[in-house]
Design a protein. Structure first.
Length: 306
């Protein structure tokens, strides 16, 4: 899944901002469509278009502004490409407008909890996959909500953050099912970097996919560690400031491949007849540098299948 940010304040610095000048807006829309086509050429299977930054501390934008940023690009991209388009939004009205414009997937960082109309809105459409991510609070508050030590969701006596995230995603999936979204359209996301400290992210990458698959009865998993702060903390532990986001792509590949490796490791460390370990790897990687990630996964798949 290739990321196309049509915002002025993306944490990775790759956003395209549609301002109020009509001429500039048209040029920026054209730039966004060309960027999307390049992402597709680089090997993306899905384009994820977002009109609101969800970086830590980001302020909410109006629904109308978010629609103005995203819908024209979806419409124009759909005219020149049939690649599946995902709308990255917390707002039901934006999701509806995007679907009507040609979007195929709804990707909600709040998992349908921010806007009470989101789940029912998605359920009105057939064949629209719904990505439900784990987060706490909002982009403005999530950095203060990273304590999982006393979490009531940790009922396994195991890793608190992993148990909490797996239980939370199970609950989101159950809510979506009750609202009329069939489970085969559910995709879950552990929310790397959202209300998570460095160690939380590392633990989720190491242990999360197996727990999430078990709790959600095998829902596909989307993993989005791309260029996140924790990668900068790992590769330059003493640097201040941390390396800029675009210099974290190699670390992103490593984080994503761990999700790809999980199935391989389980199948080689457990009874091969144990079907519970099938398909525990991540299904979708949401990344900025599509070309590099595509090459890495192709090589990994070739090695695994040999």
């Amino acid at each position: 899944m290739g990321i196309l940010n049509v915002t002025p304040d993306s944490f990775s610095g790759d956003g395209i901002y549609n301002n109020k000048n009509d001429d500039d807006t048209k040029k920026q829309e054209q730039m966004a469509v060309q960027q999307a086509l390049q992402i597709e050429k680089d090997g993306a299977d899905i384009i994820d278009i977002g009109g609101e930054s969800t970086r830590p501390g980001a302020k909410e934008v109006s629904i109308q502004e978010e629609i103005q940023r995203t819908v024209p690009i979806i419409q124009q991209l759909r005219q020149v490409s049939d690649i599946p388009i995902s709308i990255d939004t917390r707002h039901a009205a934006v999701a509806r407008a995007a679907i009507e414009a040609g979007a195929d997937i709804v990707n909600d960082v709040s998992g349908g909890t921010y806007d009470p109309d989101m789940v029912s809105t998605v359920s009105e459409y057939t064949n629209i996959p719904f990505v439900m991510m784990h987060m706490r609070g909002t982009p403005q508050t999530m950095s203060t909500m990273t304590n999982y030590d006393d979490d009531d969701d940790d009922d396994d006596g195991g890793n608190n953050v992993v148990s909490h995230v797996a239980n939370h995603l199970q609950g989101l999936s159950e809510t979506a099912t009750l609202a009329g979204i069939p489970r085969w359209l559910h995709i879950v996301d552990p929310g790397i970097g959202f209300a998570k400290e460095l160690q939380h992210n590392v633990e989720l990458l190491k242990y999360g996919t197996a727990a999430i698959h078990q709790r959600t009865n095998g829902c596909p998993i989307l993993l989005g560690p791309s260029r996140k702060r924790f990668i900068g903390q790992i590769i330059s532990p003493s640097a201040e400031p941390l390396p800029p986001a675009h210099e974290r792509d190699y670390g992103t590949v490593a984080a994503c491949l761990l999700g790809s490796l999980h199935q391989y490791n389980n199948n080689n460390n457990n009874d091969s007849n144990d079907s519970n370990h099938e398909d525990e790897s991540c299904t979708i990687f949401r990344v900025h540098n599509v070309k590099g990630m595509k090459q890495a996964t192709m090589v990994m798949d070739a090695i695994r299948k040999s």
